[in-house]
Design a protein. Structure first.
Lengths: 599, 606
């Protein structure tokens, strides 16, 4: 489904030699297999031609001279060749297929490994569905091209050459006559394939619209029903299926024409053989067996030509796949470990933002000359309007991005001198939208620390306030959470992600708007877990709930990429500035109502 | 149009019958397609008869030279005839399948949007989409290509075998001795291939789930520095997929040469007997040549029979999966004895209302309350207490027990269409369609509206200025292929949509919880615009949203545990008070802080 949506960029990519070379390079590690299967293919074309030749021998050497001994020896050879050819067929199917599996496996592995290196800036601008299509369907197409595609082309070319060779050997005059049809055959086949391909591209385009329509129809069904929109929606959809009918019918009619067209050309060849062969036979210059073999070779010729036409027509699509896959592999991660970067066990000392400037797009700075020193154990609350730069500060801190200017220090180290692993493995994070992986609750908790014992697991869950609900589940800690945690409520997922962070026992704890989408009672629970977590641990908190913010050792009001104001809760309230305004604005009115009622 | 046939009437216990019925209206050309394919096979066979004539009576026979051009022309003529028949067969099959599938697509689209909420609740969307797209496509391929392929194979076999019988009965019978064996092996192998293919598909699905979770959870992966762990996880699935692919491959690699050998054996037997007869003079050389050709066209279909069995069984599985959807009953939109005639007033009475999604789990258990026209009713309570279920009963999204009356008339007597046109919903997760903002706002109205009406609704929803800031304004397309709106912006567009619809009953299901505080305030203002003159239901977590309600219902485990106004409920011990205390404690503290730092009491800022 997603694949369909992201296939739009498949239009006319020019055949790029570099991409073709790179696609072919994928099989270089297995060059022995390639040579092996290609040799088998050549052998199979030769054996195909010999089979046809046996027919000639049967007629000319056994039947017409009425020679049973010759018949026996021909059939014995025929049987032996059948067995040899079966062996070859086994070999090339298995080896070609295996090569395909290997190429696919390698490509997917490379892509996945590379994806683990890429930085957030890449994921920010690239849709998950797009990446998925690259890893699943594009690798498939590339693997097919370098295996079955290559096989078909080699088979096609050698088949034509070998059959021509046999014909020349059998009767060169007839052969020369027949050879005239070959370019015609190839030309017509290629022309038709191109035509059909273009038409099917239109079909695919409409089809992705239809898939999109279904997708919206089904995911939005509740809205459609509550607005009683069914009739209009159907009318609109019928326009799409009408277009689809026209395009698809046209494409299929073209396809239905393909085989008759090439067969007609090969029939021209057969007619020529019959006519000219008949004339030659009258002069005793050819035999029945020869004519029969020629008919065999000529009618057979349409298959290799058809296959080659198919491969060449599809090649463009495979090359487009290759280009997209390589563009992903070539994407350079913006954050990389320096050579010889330090792998420290703990993050120690003050955290210092030293004159940090950062932007996502060059002309729109998000942080400007930002300075901040945080002592171990401090809790820093970041508040301020959306888009002010709060999340950016946290992302820089985690080194998901690096400063464009200035530096960030952990203790005495500029953090670019450390490995990413040294930093990120010491961070615990709870996000606004909790993300769980499919599997059990236990597996999800263990994501925080892979070697945690069951007791430690339960302790962490208790601290987070998750234990109580977990034990009410049918399978307790071994309950499956479903894809993306879909079997749990948002609040429950948040409690588990909190427990996961607690289990990691990080040096630095980061929380990003973690309670905004849960009900009040769950919120209180999460709140308590967080407080446990933050105690004595350097923490950064983005929140709009006062209770969390108030406990911070320092509150930073971030506006337009700068610290507009900072201090403790009491100090800021007293100052009567941004913070004071922010919160009185937010809470005053409802407070008024409440006071009015309780008084 | 194409939906004149109710596909439900085509369903049958026997799948083949069901498929046949699905072809209603196109059966003639479908059968025509088969006939064409058969005629093409006949041409193929006549070719060999002509070859026999050519060999025995023209070639090398003195005085027959003048026949050569005629024979050559005969071969060409046959090729043309065969081509025309093949083409017509393909064309008619395409016409059949494309028409039938178009009808099926339209039907499914409409059917799915007319199924009940209860059905959609328990059916994963991915599964429904899968059935509507790829299963339908499997059927399309079956009707258009595979069934014709099957017809071709059957016809080739029958025609050539019959022709062989007329050539020589003994020869004909000898030529099919390995056929039962090949068929048996094909069936065996392709059943196995089918099984391994399923395993292979599962592995592929696992791989894409692993990948998808890794990508969508990229923040978690990075935050815990678990790249190595993820690589290993992917390695396991990638390897599993590789191994299952190899196992599948092995079967193919064994099947084809095995049948090759059997076919080889058949050819050797056939040639031995045939050539022997030719040497004896029992048959002519021409007959032997014709025989060789026909034998090829008997063996070719036999070898492909297994593949067709698989395609056929895949098509049947897809047909079943599609039929399962068609079989489900639609929810009638226009059935009802009471037509209100105009706008309803909005007096609502719940009388011992009970409701359950499944038999063992009661979601609502004896709900009683009354709302006067224009009143605001707030629903409060923990997740799963039945708040959303309660409001979902009003447009008859679900069937209930007990009695619900609007303006004194039982809900069941209204048509669903009337109810839904008079009730407006604003949900927690705003849903917009991939079309322009203007179309989205107009999406719910069935009357003519002017641009001015749309602007007015957008202004009231506090989103007009936001929209004008987009380069294309109201013509901006939202969604995947267009502009991404923030949660708050989306919510305000759905508000405008509801405003324009102008419903008599308004339901706000947690409409402001997923937006930031600024936006929340803007939305709340817009909501206040929206509520007067309508009976309104509000579901909310934040009490400040519900304080002004005329009636607050506190739900717990499907029952109303407390009801009254904010004032009344605060004086009672209970859930409401507990939630209130939790929420106001913070504000109390703030108030104290403010009081502590300012000498004079704080003046409201607005």
């Amino acid at each position: 489904m997603e694949e369909e949506v992201f296939e739009d960029d498949e239009t006319n990519t020019p055949l790029s030699g570099r991409t073709v070379t790179r696609i072919l390079q994928q099989v270089v590690p297995y060059w022995k297999l390639v040579i092996f299967f290609l040799s088998l293919v050549v052998l199979i074309t030769i054996s195909d031609s010999i089979f046809t030749y046996f027919g000639k021998l049967l007629v000319d050497d056994a039947i017409i001279p009425r020679d049973p001994v010759a018949l026996r020896s021909i059939l014995t050879n025929f049987a032996i060749l059948s067995i040899i050819s079966a062996g070859i067929v086994f070999g090339f199917i298995f080896i070609t297929g295996l090569l395909g599996e290997k190429v696919r496996y390698d490509l997917r592995r490379k892509l996945f490994h590379h994806l683990q290196e890429l930085t957030f800036s890449y994921f920010d601008k690239t849709a998950v569905g797009w990446i998925m299509s690259r890893v699943t369907s594009d690798t498939e197409r590339i693997a097919d091209l370098v295996t079955w595609g290559l096989l078909d082309v080699v088979w096609g070319i050698t088949s034509v050459l070998v059959a021509t060779g046999f014909m020349l050997f059998i009767n060169w005059r007839l052969a020369l006559l027949v050879m005239i049809t070959i370019p015609l055959l190839v030309g017509v086949a290629y022309y038709f394939r191109r035509l059909i391909l273009t038409q099917f591209r239109e079909v695919r385009r409409i089809n992705s619209k239809i898939t999109g329509a279904y997708n919206e129809n089904i995911t939005g069904v509740r809205v459609t029903k509550s607005l009683a929109r069914e009739d209009k929606d159907l009318t609109e959809f019928q326009k799409l299926t009408g277009m689809m009918f026209n395009a698809s019918y046209r494409a299929n009619v073209l396809s239905a024409m393909f085989l008759p067209a090439v067969q007609f050309i090969s029939a021209l060849g057969v007619a020529a053989v019959i006519f000219y062969g008949g004339l030659l036979a009258l002069r005793g210059e050819t035999t029945v067996g020869q004519i029969q073999a020629f008919i065999g070779y000529v009618t057979f010729m349409i298959w290799p030509v058809q296959e080659m036409a198919r491969v060449f027509a599809q090649m463009q699509q495979s090359i487009a796949s290759g280009e997209r896959v390589f563009s992903l592999l070539d994407a350079v991660p913006e954050v990389m470990d320096k050579p010889g970067a330090l792998e420290t066990a703990h993050l120690e000392g003050d955290i210092l933002f030293d004159d940090v400037t950062f932007y996502y797009e060059k002309d729109k700075p998000v942080l400007r000359n930002f300075n901040l020193r945080v002592r171990p154990g401090d809790t820093i609350a970041l508040v301020g309007p959306t888009g002010g730069g709060k999340s950016t500060i946290v992302n820089l801190l985690c080194r998901f991005y690096e400063p464009k200017d200035g530096r960030i220090l952990f203790g005495e180290h500029d953090y670019t001198d450390l490995t990413q692993h040294a930093i990120q493995s010491r961070i615990g994070m709870v996000l606004q939208t909790p993300h769980l992986f499919s599997g059990t609750i236990r597996e999800n908790l263990r994501y925080g620390r892979l070697d945690a014992t069951d007791d430690e697991l339960v302790d962490a869950a208790r601290l987070a306030g998750a234990h109580d609900f977990i034990v009410t589940l049918e399978n307790g800690y071994d309950e499956q959470v479903g894809e993306g945690g879909s079997k749990l409520s948002v609040g429950q997922k948040q409690l588990i992600s909190l427990a996961r962070a607690i289990l990691a026992d990080p040096d630095l704890f980061i929380m990003d708007e973690a309670t905004s989408s849960v009900d009040t009672l769950t919120e209180a629970l999460i709140q308590r877990g967080m407080e446990t977590m933050m105690e004595g641990r350097t923490s950064f908190v983005i929140a709009h709930r006062l209770s969390t913010i108030k406990r911070a050792s320092r509150i930073l009001v971030i506006e337009d990429g700068r610290i507009a104001e900072q201090g403790t809760h009491a100090e800021l309230i007293r100052a009567g500035g941004h913070y004071y305004n922010l919160y009185t604005r937010q809470f005053r009115r409802e407070r008024e109502v409440a006071l009015g009622i309780t008084n | 149009m194409t939906t004149d046939l109710d596909l439900k009437s085509t369903l049958s216990k026997r799948r083949i019958v069901g498929m046949w019925r699905m072809l209603t209206g196109y059966r003639a050309i479908f059968v025509g397609a088969f006939l064409c394919v058969g005629l093409a096979a006949v041409c193929q066979t006549v070719f060999y008869y002509l070859l026999r004539y050519f060999t025995d009576d023209v070639l090398g026979v003195e005085g027959m030279r003048h026949m050569l051009p005629w024979v050559a022309a005969g071969f060409l003529g046959l090729a043309v005839a065969q081509g025309v028949f093949t083409f017509m067969g393909g064309r008619w099959a395409a016409k059949t399948s494309e028409s039938v599938i178009r009808r099926l697509r339209d039907y499914l689209y409409d059917h799915v949007q007319r199924l009940t909420f209860a059905y959609h609740d328990k059916t994963p969307t991915g599964d429904l989409i899968q059935r509507s797209t790829s299963d339908v496509d499997t059927l399309r391929r079956f009707f258009g290509e595979e069934s014709i392929g099957l017809g071709r194979i059957v016809m080739l076999f029958i025609v050539n075998f019959t022709a062989l019988l007329t050539l020589n009965v003994r020869l004909a019978l000898i030529s099919v001795v390995v056929v039962p064996l090949v068929v048996a092996i094909s069936i065996y192998f392709f059943r196995k291939i089918g099984q391994r293919y399923e395993v292979f598909q599962e592995e592929e699905a696992k791989l894409s789930t692993t990948l998808q979770e890794n990508l969508s959870g990229v923040r978690v992966v990075r935050a815990f520095a678990r790249q190595e762990y993820e690589r290993e996880k992917f390695e396991v699935t990638n390897r599993g997929r590789y191994v299952s692919g190899r196992r599948l491959l092995l079967l193919h690699a064994i099947y084809w040469p095995t049948t090759d050998v059997l076919v080889g054996v058949q050819l050797v037997i056939g040639y031995a007997v045939g050539a022997g007869m030719a040497i004896d003079g029992t048959i002519t050389v021409g007959t032997f040549l014709a025989y060789m050709g026909m034998l090829t066209w008997i063996m070719w279909p036999i070898r492909n029979i297994g593949r067709l069995i698989v395609q056929m069984s895949m098509a049947l599985v897809s047909f079943d999966r599609v039929s399962e959807i068609i079989r489900v009953d639609r929810e009638p939109l226009d059935v009802g004895t009471h037509r209100p005639g105009g706008r309803i007033k909005g007096e609502i009475v719940f009388d011992d209302v009970r409701f359950a999604y499944s038999e063992e789990m009661a979601v609502l258990n004896g709900i009683n309350f009354r709302a006067e026209p224009g009143q605001v009713v707030a629903l409060v309570g923990p997740t799963g207490s039945g708040k959303t279920s309660l409001v979902n009963l009003l447009p008859r999204f679900y069937e209930y027990q007990g009695s619900i009356r609007i303006d004194g008339v039982e809900l069941r007597d209204y048509t669903r269409r009337d109810l839904r046109e008079q009730i407006g919903f604003v949900l927690q997760e705003p849903f917009l369609f991939s079309r322009t903002i203007k179309e989205n706002i107009m999406y719910g109205v069935h009357r003519e509206v002017t641009d001015e009406d749309v602007y007015r609704a957008a202004k009231a929803a506090a989103v007009h200025d936001v929209i004008l800031r987009f380069p294309q304004g109201y013509e901006t397309v939202v969604g995947e292929k267009g502009v991404t709106l923030s949660g708050g912006q989306k919510q305000r567009v759905t508000l405008a949509r509801t405003l324009l619809k102008d419903p008599a009953i308004l339901i706000l299901d947690d409409a402001t919880s997923s937006v930031d505080t600024e936006t929340e305030a803007a939305i709340r203002d817009a909501l206040e615009e929206l509520m007067p003159g309508r009976t309104t239901f509000i579901i909310a977590h934040r009490l400040q949203t519900v304080m002004n309600a005329d009636l607050i219902l506190v739900l717990d485990k499907g029952r109303i545990v407390q009801h009254g106004t904010h004032d009344e409920l605060l004086t009672q011990e209970g859930t409401y008070r507990r939630i209130y205390d939790l929420q106001s404690q913070i504000e109390d503290e703030l108030e104290e802080d403010l009081a502590a730092v300012t000498a004079t009491p704080v003046q409201p800022t607005f």
